[in-house]
Design a protein around this ligand. Structure first.
Ligand code: SNW
Length: 276
C-alpha cells in the first residue's frame, strides 16, 4: 500500500514539474516576443542589407550616407513601426550577397529594388510590392535597338539579378559579361570592354544623365516582379509589420511624394497611390 502511494505521489510530482517547466518555457517565449516582436537580430535596431551604387533606388552620398527612393521609403516604414532613423543600420553589399545574407541571419532585411519571384521565394520571403518597372539596356551604340541587334555583342549584367536570368534566356547569341555591381559594369561600358549594360530602368536613366554618350536602347517590362523588402523565411511578424507600414505610406501620399522626388517624370502605377 505505502509503496503504491509513494509511486503515485512520485508520478504526480513529475507531472507537476513538467507543467511548471512548460509554463516557464511559455513565459520566456512570451517575454521574448514582447521584447522583440519583429524577431530582429538585435531587438533595438533593424539591420538592412542594401547597395551603394543603385542610384536613384539606393546609393551612398559623398558623406557616406545611404539614400535613394528605397532607402527613404524604408526609413518611413520603419518609423511607423517605432524605429527612429538611428535605429536603422544600412550596410552596402554586392547584389548577389543580399538574399543569402538575409537567409543566413546576417541582416534582418534586404532593400535594393529586389524583384519578387517564385524562385527567390524558395529561400526568402518578400513584403508586398512597392515598385514595378522596366529592365533596360544602356549603350553608346546607336545600332543596338532591339534583342536581335544584341547578337554577337558583349552585354554586362550584375550577377544574381533578374537581368542576368532574362538575358540568359532571351538574348541567346549575346556574350554575357558578369559584374559584381553597376559601377564596374558602366566603367567597362565607358572604356569599350563591353557594348551594353543591362540594369534597372531608373538606374540606367541616371547613368544617361551622368554620361552623355549613353542611351537607353531597350526596355523590358518587369511588372510581374515588383520590388519588395526581403526578410528571412518565416519571419511573418516583420513582413506583416512592413506591409502595414507600406500600405500606410501609400495611402497617405508618402509613397507618391518619394516617387516624384526620386523618379521625376516616370509614370506611377495606380495601385500604389492613395485609394479614395
Ligand atoms: O523587377 C523590377 C521591378 O519591376 C522594378 O522595376 C524594380 O526593379 C526590379 O525589382 C528588378 N531589379 C533587379 C532584380 O531584382 C536588380 C536589382 C538591383 O540591381 N539592385 O534582380
Amino acid at each position: 500500500m505505502s509503496i503504491i502511494r509513494s509511486e503515485i505521489s512520485r508520478r504526480a510530482r513529475g507531472a507537476v514539474m513538467a507543467v511548471a517547466l512548460a509554463l516557464t518555457g511559455l513565459m520566456a517565449q512570451q517575454a521574448a516576443a514582447a521584447d522583440n516582436p519583429y524577431g530582429l537580430i538585435d531587438p533595438k535596431v533593424i539591420s538592412v542589407g542594401t547597395m551603394g551604387d543603385s542610384k536613384p533606388y539606393t546609393f551612398i552620398t559623398s558623406d557616406g550616407k545611404f539614400t535613394g527612393f528605397d532607402i527613404e521609403l524604408f526609413l518611413n516604414v520603419a518609423e511607423r513601426m517605432g524605429f527612429k532613423k538611428d535605429q536603422v543600420v544600412f550596410t552596402g553589399q554586392e547584389f548577389s550577397a543580399l538574399m543569402p545574407s538575409v537567409a543566413n541571419g546576417r541582416f534582418d532585411v534586404a532593400v535594393a529594388a529586389i524583384g519578387t519571384t517564385e524562385a527567390r521565394k524558395k529561400t526568402v520571403d518578400f513584403s508586398d510590392g512597392y515598385l514595378a518597372g522596366y529592365l533596360s539596356v544602356l549603350t553608346p551604340d546607336a545600332k543596338i535597338t532591339d534583342a536581335a541587334s544584341l547578337k554577337g555583342k558583349r552585354l554586362g549584367v550584375v550577377q544574381g539579378t533578374l537581368q542576368e536570368i532574362y538575358a540568359t534566356k532571351n538574348f541567346k547569341d549575346t556574350d554575357l559579361v558578369k559584374f559584381p555591381d553597376n559601377n564596374s559594369a558602366v566603367s567597362a561600358l565607358n572604356n569599350g570592354t563591353i557594348d551594353a549594360h543591362f540594369l534597372d530602368y531608373e538606374a540606367a536613366k541616371d547613368y544617361t544623365a551622368r554620361f552623355k554618350g549613353l542611351k537607353i536602347a531597350i526596355n523590358i517590362p518587369s511588372f510581374d516582379a515588383p520590388a519588395g523588402f526581403v526578410v528571412r523565411k518565416g519571419n511573418d511578424a516583420l513582413r506583416e509589420g512592413f506591409n502595414k507600414g507600406l500600405h500606410a505610406a501609400m495611402q497617405d501620399g508618402t509613397w507618391k511624394k518619394l516617387y516624384e522626388k526620386w523618379f521625376p517624370g516616370s509614370p506611377m502605377p495606380a495601385e500604389y497611390l492613395p485609394k479614395p
